[in-house]
Design a protein around this ligand. Structure first.
Ligand code: UTP
Length: 302
């Protein structure tokens, strides 16, 4: 089934994970709400989906994640108080997340049984059409149009599309890793996928990162996917089945991303994200760069 260009409108954002890498910060606060400079990570991610044309966003949430829904709700008291003070700029910032929230829907995962299980919870909302998946703790720099490229590739080639990034071999056990054959400058045909392999068993240094465009046939595969690595229902296992299947909706293309990605669920990567985006912030960047320069004089330009 090949889609008309620009016809993929639905995105699923799973945010029901436990955030164990970032405790205790994530004990009571969802990791997706940790601020990256002055906006929570999840707001950047919803903005990215909308920018790519996905105007219908479904978040898969869980217990303790209610504040994410509040973030995308209207906030008349706060907005009213800012407007009464004549602070239109801050009122506008509050209003932006409420505006984004008009097209955000929520479903509960129930139990955090794995990313594959979370995506399957989106089945009724998504229906029988290709859709994007953006992980709620994985930010792609807004200047690097990865999702747009992936939507274009799905439209042209059908099947499913996964974002891949070259990682140091010793980090293979943090990711799903792809076995792949080259197709073009940034494209590969995925022939195998292994979830968090030991570095010596990784099929390549191409790691799966948090962007997917999935054919709805993924739901049938997820229904029969058994718990895999870590006892979780893994999305990579269902994608592997599609990579090796025949017929409508089969096949997985990898888009090799060479831009900037920030894994905000990891403490060190989170710190790097705050510094890099802080340096480029339109209001804070200049002062922040000057402070950094003072503190670490030998560092290069931003
Ligand atoms: P992660 O593995 O990064 O999330 O899943 P986690 O389990 O919350 O993190 P750690 O490893 O314990 O720190 C990637 C994405 O999938 C979601 C997470 O919320 C995150 O956005 N997820 C994961 C679910 O929605 N449900 C799950 O059962 C697992």
């Amino acid at each position: 089934m090949t889609q008309r260009a620009g016809s993929i409108r639905k995105a699923v954002i799973p945010v029901a994970g436990l955030g164990t890498r970032f405790v205790p910060a994530t004990k009571a606060v969802p990791k997706e709400l940790l601020p990256v400079v002055d906006r929570p990570a999840i707001e950047y991610i919803v903005e990215e989906a909308v920018r790519a044309g996905c105007t219908d966003v479904l978040m898969v949430t869980g217990r303790g994640k209610g504040a994410i829904e509040d973030h995308f709700d209207q906030a008349p008291e706060l907005q009213g108080a800012l407007e009464a003070k004549g602070d239109d700029q801050r009122a506008g910032r509050v209003g932006r997340s409420s505006e984004l929230g008009r097209d955000v829907h929520f479903v509960r995962q129930g139990e955090a049984l794995g990313l594959g299980h979370a995506v399957l919870r989106g089945r009724a909302h998504v229906g029988d059409e290709p859709f994007a998946v953006l992980l709620g703790d994985d930010m792609i720099d807004e200047e690097d149009r990865l999702l747009e490229r992936m939507l274009q590739v799905q439209t042209e080639r059908g099947g499913s599309v996964v974002a891949l990034m070259e990682v140091p071999p010793e980090h293979a056990d943090r990711y799903g890793c792809a076995e792949a054959t080259p197709l073009g400058e940034d494209l590969v045909q995925v022939t195998g996928l292994v979830e968090k392999p030991a570095p010596e068993e990784a099929p390549s240094n191409l790691a799966v990162i948090g962007r997917y465009v999935l054919h709805p046939r993924i739901f049938e595969e997820l229904e029969r996917t058994q718990p895999g690595k870590g006892g979780e229902i893994q999305l990579t296992d269902a994608m592997l089945a599609l990579a090796n299947a025949d017929g409508d909706g089969a096949g997985v293309t990898g888009v090799v991303f060479r831009g900037r990605r920030y894994d905000t669920g990891d403490r060190l990567e989170y710190l790097k994200a705050v510094v890099q985006l802080g340096e480029r912030h339109p209001e804070l960047g200049e002062d922040f760069r000057a402070w950094l320069q003072d503190r670490v004089p030998a560092r290069g330009p931003a």
